[in-house]
Design a protein around this ligand. Structure first.
Ligand SMILES: Nc1nc2c(ncn2[C@@H]2O[C@H](COP(=O)(O)OP(=O)(O)OP(=O)(O)O)[C@@H](O)[C@H]2O)c(=O)[nH]1
Ligand SMILES: [Mg+2]
Length: 647
């Protein structure tokens, strides 16, 4: 008896032990999963901030001073102005085109900062980077006050529930009006339906140029410490769950010859070690297992290789060759995608096609449709608000962007890289709303001396502009209009010429509204070359009364190339290569005595605004030329007489 009893007891004790063990484990697991959900921690030693503003309100200048005053540069280091504007076109045009990350250390806290562009055409850059931040510095010029792009970027920041600090910049300006500007900013917040918490924003007054900031206009200050302190105090630290599986949304890309493609983003959860395996979750739903290479953390303007990075920090990772903006990198065992960034749609499109002019292939390295296609699709990887589509012809591609500058910066980059191409007149992108045709409408601000108010009103009236507001101060009038985007084409040129160059004009996309009816086209025709050869001074002299020339003696032209603007409505074809009969010397310099007015110098943007539907711009690495689509006068005449099918 004793034996079986002992066996039973042993069994019972064993069972109880197992049961307790299972319960314990279960309990622990349960409390761990409970803990996992609860552990949302504030990463106290990090702040992620985007600097946003209207164009030229001083973002990049403020960045210079932040870098200088927090010891990123050596004391004797020679630093160029606006150091973040590192691309060629950024330095030449004096504007920021691409948003960029850097970091500074202040009082033991790492500030990851993003300098963003202020120009409306690069709004997509602001949108793509805002999700990396928990707060924004909204810079507003102490004289100009809130402008169209201030409204746009603030609206986006409020939409993402980012904490704003308002920085009224350029308070060194003698014409500054910081108190009024603060009222205007407050009104803007109200207008954008900011909630009570958002309305309770902190205000800092600053001179980015002179490197100081203060909390009251009357205070004295020698440095940016009040602004940096305000950032630490008011911008919330990132919150994340370091114990959750790793997740990071790729929000920017970079490339380096040694390591290849680099994905940049904020680690939303968990942590990652260099060389570890991750799941690469593409936007189209595809999932791949990959091994990441190195991890870099931002340190000043440099990137520092780190072994491990944790939630809340903004990092750059290598090793995933074709990673794209919008992809998620996630824990290999528990892969979950993060929400994709939504970017406003493009409003303007044009056709990019292979150069087929008589001068094609003379300057360019990349001239084929394959070259063109590959380059355009490559651009999509980092230019988030651009769209490219094939057309029925293998020679042409639809390229859509957020404005003329957005597209012309791309064209200019391609030209510098050695591409040849032709582009057509930019067209706005129509939509259908409630079964009716709708078009993009811009919010437009024009500032002119009082004596030119009549010109502004009549110019805008012709283009279906609708005045929203008109304010007079210091002898200038500030107009606010709603205007179909179509009406912008050529407006800047006309406005400047009718206000003796004194008008200031800013616009940005407002919304889609029902089609507003026809807007008159270019009022003048063009002068077209009817021959191939060198432009002769003698020939231009004979054409003085016919209009303004774009070409000058010695320029090479071809039949169908546009060489000037006709003073009347119709186009004319002329022989600009005609030489003096007596000498018949076909040399442009032979006509020494002739004094011509200087030709009209068009920039690429002016040319894009200028051309009509039957015209193209031919772009090569060395130059650009305006041309008719149909080069022969005979073909153009035939087209004019062929009845057009009305669409
Ligand atoms: N007087 C004065 N001028 C300033 C100040 N801050 C910037 N500027 C000038 O304003 C101009 C534009 O400055 P940026 O720093 O390039 O402006 P931004 O906001 O980065 O411009 P985008 O990136 O193109 O939108 C430059 O000529 C600066 O020198 C300031 O505090 N006072
Ligand atoms: Mg800038």
């Amino acid at each position: 008896m004793a034996c079986p009893q002992r066996k039973l007891l042993k069994n019972a004790v064993f069972r109880i032990l197992i049961f307790t063990l299972i319960k314990c484990c279960k309990g622990q697991a349960f409390s761990q999963s409970k803990k996992r959900k609860k552990v949302i921690v504030e990463i106290e030693n990090i702040r992620n901030i985007a600097i946003i503003a209207h164009v030229d309100h001083g973002k990049t200048t403020l960045v210079d001073q932040m870098l200088k005053q927090t010891g990123v540069f050596r004391s004797n280091q020679q630093v160029v102005e606006r150091v973040m504007d590192s691309q060629d076109q950024e330095r030449e045009r004096g504007i920021t085109i691409v948003a960029k990350n850097f970091s500074i250390q202040y009082k033991g806290i790492k500030l990851n900062i993003i300098d963003t562009p202020g120009h409306t055409d690069f709004g997509g850059e602001v949108e793509r980077t805002l999700k990396m931040a928990e707060g924004v510095l909204l810079l507003v010029d102490a004289y100009e006050g809130p402008m169209p792009q201030t409204r746009y970027v603030l609206q986006k920041a409020l939409g993402y529930h980012l904490k704003p600090i308002v920085v009224i910049n350029k308070i060194d300006r003698p014409d500054g009006r910081p108190k009024d500007v603060l009222d205007e900013i407050f009104d803007l917040f109200v207008d954008l339906n900011a909630d009570d918490k958002q309305l309770d924003f902190t205000v800092v007054y600053a001179s980015a140029r002179d490197g100081y900031a203060k909390l009251e206009v009357e205070q004295k200050s020698n440095d940016l410490a009040p602004l940096l302190d305000a950032i630490i105090k008011h911008i919330p630290p990132p919150t994340a769950n370091p114990d959750e599986p790793f997740q990071m949304l790729v929000q920017a890309l970079d490339y380096n010859d040694y390591v290849g493609r680099i994905g940049i983003g904020k680690i939303a959860n968990g942590s990652i070690n260099s060389g570890s395996n991750v799941a690469w979750l593409k936007m189209d739903g595809e999932k791949r297992n990959e091994r990441i290479g190195k991890i870099y953390s931002f340190s000043g303007l440099e990137r520092e290789s780190v072994q491990e990075a944790t939630a809340g920090d903004i990092v750059a990772v290598t090793g995933i060759e074709n990673v794209e903006i919008g992809d998620t990198l996630a824990d290999a065992n528990n892969p979950k995608p993060l929400p994709i960034i939504s970017i406003d749609e493009p409003t303007l499109s044009m056709l990019f096609s292979v150069n087929n002019s008589p001068f094609a292939g003379k300057d360019g390295k990349y001239v084929t449709s394959r070259n063109l296609r590959e380059r355009l699709y490559r651009e999509l990887r980092s230019n988030v608000s651009l769209k490219v589509h094939d057309t029925n012809s293998s020679e042409s591609f639809h390229v859509a962007g957020r404005g003329l500058l957005h597209l012309s910066v791309l064209i200019e980059n391609m030209r510098r890289e050695g591409y040849e191409l032709q582009v057509s007149k930019p067209k706005v992108i129509y939509k259908e709303i409630n079964g009716k045709k709708a078009e993009p409408v811009e919010f437009l601000v024009i500032d002119v001396p009082k004596e030119f108010d009549g010109q502004v009103i009549s110019l805008l009236g012709l283009r279906k502009g609708e005045m929203l507001n008109m304010r007079e101060s210091n002898g200038r009038i500030n107009f606010e209009f709603k205007l179909p985007s179509r009406g912008l084409v050529g407006l800047r040129l006309r406005l400047l010429s009718s206000t003796q160059g004194t008008a200031i004009m800013y616009h940005n996309f407002y919304e889609y509204e029902y089609f507003k009816g026809d807007i008159p086209h270019r009022s003048q025709g063009v002068i077209v070359s009817m021959s191939n050869g060198d432009v002769m001074a003698y020939a231009l002299d004979g054409l003085r009364d016919r209009g303004v020339m774009f070409a000058k003696p010695g320029d090479k032209v071809y039949e169908g190339m546009i060489v000037g603007e006709h003073c009347e409505q119709n186009d004319i074809a002329v022989n600009v290569c005609r030489a003096k009969k007596a000498t018949n010397m076909r040399s442009a310099t032979a006509d020494k005595g002739i004094k011509l007015s200087p030709p009209r110098d068009l920039t690429l943007e002016m040319a894009l605004e200028y051309i009509e539907d039957d015209e193209l711009i031919e772009i090569t690495p060395k130059t650009f030329r305006l041309r008719k689509k149909l080069l022969r006068e005979h073909d153009r005449k035939r087209q004019r007489t062929t009845p057009q099918v009305l669409k």
